[in-house]
Write a protein that binds this ligand. Sequence first.
Ligand code: 3PG
Length: 305
Amino acid sequence: MKVLVATEKPFSTKAVDGIRRAIEDAGHTFALLEKYTDSAQLRQAAADAEALIVRSDIVDKSLFDAAPKLKIVVRAGAGYDNIDLQAATEAGVVVENTPGQNSNAVAELVIGMAIMAARNKYSGTTGFEISGKRLGLQAFGQVSRHVAAIAKGFGMEISTIDPYCPAEAMTAAGVHPASSLEALYESNDIVSIHIPATPQTVGSIGRDLISRMPKGAILINTARKEVVNESELAEVLEMRPDLKYFADVKPGNAAELSERFADRVFFTPKKSGAQTAEANLNAGIAAANQIVAFFRDGTDRFRVN
Ligand code: 3PG
């Protein structure tokens, strides 16, 4: 079977070598497409592939049409909003993700951003310490749980809200269940967003929630840019000169926000949460092993469609 690794944002060399080894040791053929600039290159490379490993790369109907032999796509990472699941199912293609494999990397970036914001982007002006401050986690999945574990070491007081997580699991992790989403935004010095982009969540964080944040609060987004209503965010930042927005998922209006609120916003030049040697290796090898297992005996434990 031909397994194509197609990553516009490449994995580390060590991760690529590990993926290649796992694929070839199982008797499959390995192919690599990195830093491509046009979706036509992806369609061409995938034309005779039976399996595909991607990151945030767009996998849509046109790709399935161009790759008739494709049987499985593994998103080496958590969020799979870049993959058209309906088109995959219609094409008879299994889609999987690799949950948890890059979570610690993203969590470390959240804490890094919290400190960077609290210290006014290291400008030399007086900032604050995150120790003893209140941290609200919107959703309590794998990244959030890592953030909570690290934040506890800083002596932060942590709360969360997640309709899919029982309150007992939160308290067992030393995290207070928030009574409502509004309460989470109202009662935390730092709020970190960890919801996926779905039709229900897109644009759901806007004026109402952000303007509830207490004086001097910081909103951190390492999830997906689409979940924030960007024009309402700009409005609230204008109305509230005390608030900050730091994101690893650059908003569509990043240039405008940076120009208007230079000291209070920060965006990574390219999504960097999962861009560590460790996360590349964990997610990449997990993806390769999942494909090997799928072709071996149909194992599809991490199937999402
Ligand atoms: C994920 O959903 O796993 C993260 O957003 C990482 O995405 P990336 O692999 O494109 O860096």
